[in-house]
Design a protein around this ligand. Sequence first.
Ligand code: C2E
Ligand code: MG
Ligand code: MG
Ligand code: MG
Length: 290
Amino acid sequence: RAKELGGGRVEVFAPHMHADVVRRLELGSDLQRALAEEQFAVEFQPVVDLATSRVTGVEALLRWWRDGESVPPEEFIGPAEESGLMIPLGDWVLREACREVARWRRDSWDVGLSVNFTARQIGAPRFVESVAAALAETGLPPQALTLEVREEVLVEDAGQNVERLSALRDLGVRLAIDDFGTGYASLAYLGQLPVDIIKIDPSFVAGLGSDETLTLLTRTIVRLGRDLGLTVVAEGIERPEQLELLREMDCPRGQGFLVARPMAAGRVESLVRTNLTAQGRPGEVPLPLP
Ligand code: C2E
Ligand code: MG
Ligand code: MG
Ligand code: MG
């Protein structure tokens, strides 16, 4: 087909691939403008202690408001990386989020922060220094920050990544494996990696109570985490029966639309202030369970 079209010229792109490349280039320049025009925002999704309802931390999630419409991160993070923009953008997210959470902590709310990082962000020059600088400049203690990375960041050509993440961990920063169970991290790796937290992928949680295998796998991951001394967070909790089963499994932490959606900083504040803990401190999200 390529030959017919090009008369001997080699046609490397199928038409749909070409359209995709053009779209990505356009997205790249849109992104440049978006950063200049401050179209990005950070939202925060509460993570709770499933036994007590207390909000133990928030996960920072990047939002792009393009012409009043929110573009999903999955659509723009790839292009942002390819255009080199993800490094300044990621640095901006980290600083915004650290600044907000440091402010909450000064208001005597004992809350942690998780921020997502891609392999390319971790591989960027001066990555360790830039995280340390964000902490120093915002006053967030390293112990309050968790870096979330997907499994492949740690196991695929991971030499330098692991070194860099270990350097931050030596400062007190915690490390979480995001989307655990979907990637390459074999169980054998777990004991060797500098990891503190595993976040069970929503695809397991989705099957809780309805799919026997997924329920068994979730139970196994929760137990494995506990036995290895790791904190386990179940992600994507949407239905009460999932929450109920996770509690019954003694899964320590959870996150999902049923518990709380990602929201602007101001909304997190009002949520935890209207729901004080038994000790009268801010920081509880009442779980929709008896
Ligand atoms: P993630 O780190 O696994 O984040 C969790 C995603 O699940 C978020 O999607 C969140 O809105 C969504 N979520 C939370 N609870 C539920 C639920 O109960 N049901 C369903 N269906 N979804 C739920 P979001 O915000 O669209 O982000 C998607 C991914 O984009 C993130 O997955 C993360 O990998 C990436 N991302 C987001 N913000 C950043 C960022 O600042 N930097 C980097 N490097 N990646 C980011
Ligand atoms: Mg995450
Ligand atoms: Mg995740
Ligand atoms: Mg994910």
